[in-house]
Structures are given as structure tokens and as C-alpha cells.
Ligand binder design. Structure first.
Ligand code: AOF
Ligand code: ZN
Length: 388
């Protein structure tokens, strides 16, 4: 049996120099979907005689896989085509049939992939099925990073058993989040808040702490009217946006009031505490209470994230919490990405600080980040950072 070839873009022969263009198109198509949780975002392009004859992407979990959508569009033109897929075609029967079989039945000539599927039910077996059927399989390894970048949470959950954690914070120019009396409304502008809606919409779960619930009574839901998608994007994502991300409250002593807005349907809510469950309120159709392993007096964040990955299939998690809980996540090294909105205001040194990190004595102790994105959002600035 042949093996899969791995090729860099600078190794492509003249006849296939256009392959990166089609692979980029497959990756762009994958990005059409805001949220496919717990599945990965995947795109597929079928090319015959230098023409695209079919395109597809995975719209939402439970829906057709990218390859199937592209094959349906191409019909008979799929025969002898080259299939570009951002992820290895699946080999298992899940909610849909195996895509590798569908590609074999359609008689495609070559399958070009960007990344291997880390799902143990697939993990190379999709490639092997194609090879066994006599189809040439090539990985364009220069696209591996971009394909993984489409699905940071999917890969992290499969490879490390934990979701990808984004921590969102908003502050003034002088690094303050609220006045001393706690007033924090409207630090960042409406467009930044709409941007946060997008972060929520992309997440499997939005997580906060009991102090934020008690102080601000947030809903932490996705609101279409604030999301401000253009009509095309809205149409493409109708299904995913009809589902609310899971809302998670870390609430050691189960103090969440039954009237808290965050508990309102639609959408599931999990309240994780450490006290015995009989101190929790009665669960309702959408609210579940769980007792967790404690670390000190609080929920052990490591095992809580592992549980979000294994019990609730969470891939991308957004932490929207106050200084204490955000600090705990950062200090535990559990934040993969920090998203910081900076409003051009000075709140003064009586106001509350962004975080409560203490004990840093020398520059060698400070926490370092690299900027991965920087942009102006209306009158605010958004900085995206990764810990280094
Ligand atoms: C593909 N193409 O577009 C996607 C794939 O339960 P299911 O049927 O939705 O399958 C989900 C699994 O299929 C997911 O964990 C991943 O291994 C693969 N996703 N594969 O060939 C696609 N979305
Ligand atoms: Zn599939």
C-alpha cells in the first residue's frame, strides 16, 4: 500500500503549483462557521481541470460534513477530481457516514489534506482507507498550523483533554475595570460589546464566577441583535446561533440566586461548587448543580476544565469573570489566550485593578505575553495575547 506524501509548498511541481490556492479556499470555507462545537470547523474544495466543481463546509454538529456538502454540489463532476480538505476525512460512522468512503465512492483521484484528525476514531485511519482504495493522499504540511488554528479547542481537547481557554477582560487606559464602588457599566463601547458577543457565539461554554453573578447579574448569553452579523453570515450560521453556549458558574457554596438572569432559558447552565449538593438549590430543566473536587476552598480549576472537555465536550471556553477568578486562571497557567479591550478613559488609582496578581518581586517573576493581534474597535483597542 502506498503511503501519504507530505509536501511543503516550495516542493510543489509546476503542474500542481495552484494547490495552495485551493487549500487556502478550503480553510476559508471552514471559517464560514462560527461554531461547530464539539466538532471541528472543516472546509472542502473539489477541483477538476483547474475548476472548482464543488465546495462545502461543516455548518454545525449533526449536519453534513464538509466533504459531503462539496460532493453533493459537484455531482458527477467529482469523478477524477482533486479534493482539498482542511482536515483528514473521517473514517468512522458518527452522526454522519464516513467521508473517506464517500470520496472513494465518488471516484476522486487525489485527496489533499492540511491536518490529521486527532479524534482517536479517525487519527490516520481516514487516510489509510483512502490509500487502500488506491487514492493518492497528500498532506500540504505548510497548512497544518492554519488548519489547527481554525480549531484550537478541538485539537486541545483531543490532544490534551482540556478545552482552549480564552479570558476576556476590559479595562481603562490605566488598567482599571470598575470604580471603587464597583460601578463598571459601559467601560468599553457598544462595538466592543458586540465583538464579545462574537467570542461567546464561537464558544462551547462561557464561564464566570459567583461574585460576578452577584455583583452584575449578567445573562452571558448570545444575543443576535447585538452580534451584528451581516445578513450572509447570519444566514450561514442560523443553526449554530439557534443554540446557546453552555453557561458555567463557579460557585463554591452554591450561592447563585434562583432569580439570577444567567439561569434563564434558553441554554443550559452548570453550577459547579465544592459544598455538599444538599446545600444547592433544586435543579431545573436547564440548570444542573455539581459538586467538584476542591483546591483550598474553591473548585479545582484543572479538574473542572478536564470535566468540561470530557463530560460536556467543550472545545473553546470563554472566561468572562472578575479580577479574582481571572487571576486564578492566569496564575494556574490555564489561559491560552487573553483578549483585552482597552477603553480610552482614565478611571484613576482609586478604581479597581484588572487583576490581583501579587508577590512579583523581580522582572524575572513577571508573566510575559506576546501580542498575536491588535486592532481598533470603534473607539476602543482590542489586544489578543498568548502567554509565553
Ligand atoms: C470530516 N469532515 O466536515 C468534519 C469531520 O458525529 P459526527 O458525524 O458529526 O462526526 C464528528 C467527528 O467527525 C469529529 O469528531 C471529527 O473527528 C470528524 N469531523 N470530519 O471528515 C468534517 N466535521
Ligand atoms: Zn466526515
Amino acid at each position: 500500500m502506498k503511503v501519504m506524501k507530505k509536501i511543503r509548498n516550495d516542493e510543489l511541481e509546476p503542474a500542481i503549483l495552484d494547490w495552495p490556492v485551493y487549500m487556502q479556499r478550503a480553510i476559508d470555507l471552514a471559517g464560514n462557521s462560527i461554531n461547530t462545537s464539539p466538532n471541528p470547523r472543516v472546509g472542502c474544495v473539489l477541483v477538476s481541470d483547474s475548476k472548482i466543481v464543488g465546495e462545502g463546509w461543516h455548518i454545525a454538529a449533526g449536519e453534513a460534513h464538509a466533504e459531503v456538502m462539496a460532493l453533493v454540489q459537484a455531482g458527477a463532476r467529482a469523478k477524477s477530481s482533486v479534493a482539498f480538505v482542511s482536515l483528514e476525512p473521517c473514517s468512522h460512522i458518527g452522526r454522519t457516514g464516513p467521508c473517506s468512503d464517500a470520496l472513494i465512492e465518488a471516484n476522486v483521484a487525489i485527496v489533499v489534506i492540511a491536518s490529521i484528525d486527532p479524534n482517536p476514531a479517525v487519527a490516520g485511519q481516514g487516510v489509510d482507507k483512502l490509500l487502500a482504495a488506491g487514492i493518492e493522499v497528500v498532506q500540504l504540511i505548510d497548512f497544518d498550523l492554519a488548519a489547527r488554528g481554525l480549531n484550537p479547542g478541538y485539537f486541545k481537547r483531543r490532544e490534551e483533554g482540556r478545552p482552549y481557554v480564552r479570558c476576556k477582560l476590559a479595562m481603562s487606559l490605566d488598567g482599571r475595570t470598575a470604580l471603587v464602588n464597583g460601578e463598571s457599566k459601559w467601560i468599553s463601547g457598544p462595538q466592543s460589546r458586540s465583538d464579545v458577543q462574537r467570542l461567546r457565539a464561537a464558544s462551547s461554554a462561557v464561564l464566570t464566577g459567583i461574585e460576578t453573578v452577584l455583583a452584575d447579574d449578567p445573562s452571558l448569553n448570545v444575543r443576535l441583535e447585538e452580534l451584528k452579523l451581516d445578513p450572509e453570515e447570519l444566514a450561514l450560521n442560523q443553526l449554530a446561533l439557534s443554540r446557546q453556549p453552555l453557561r458555567v458558574i463557579l460557585d463554591s457554596q452554591f450561592r447563585t440566586p434562583e432569580t439570577a438572569k444567567i439561569l434563564e432559558a434558553p441554554g443550559e447552565v452548570k453550577i459547579f461548587g465544592v459544598e455538599a449538593l444538599d446545600s444547592a438549590k433544586t435543579p431545573t430543566a436547564n440548570v444542573e448543580y455539581r459538586q467538584f473536587e476542591a483546591r483550598g476552598k474553591r473548585v479545582n480549576l484543572h479538574s473542572m476544565l478536564e470535566s468540561l472537555a470530557s463530560d460536556f465536550a467543550c472545545t473553546e471556553v470563554l472566561v468572562e469573570a472578575g479580577a479574582t477568578l481571572s487571576t486564578a486562571f492566569i496564575e494556574a497557567g490555564l489561559v491560552d489566550e487573553l483578549i483585552l479591550y482597552i477603553a480610552p478613559k482614565l478611571l484613576g488609582s482609586d478604581a479597581r485593578s484588572l487583576l490581583n496578581i501579587t508577590g512579583i518581586q523581580s522582572m524575572s517573576d513577571c508573566l510575559n505575553f506576546e501580542i498575536t493581534d491588535l486592532r481598533q474597535i470603534d473607539s476602543d483597542i482590542r489586544v489578543t495575547l498568548k502567554p509565553v
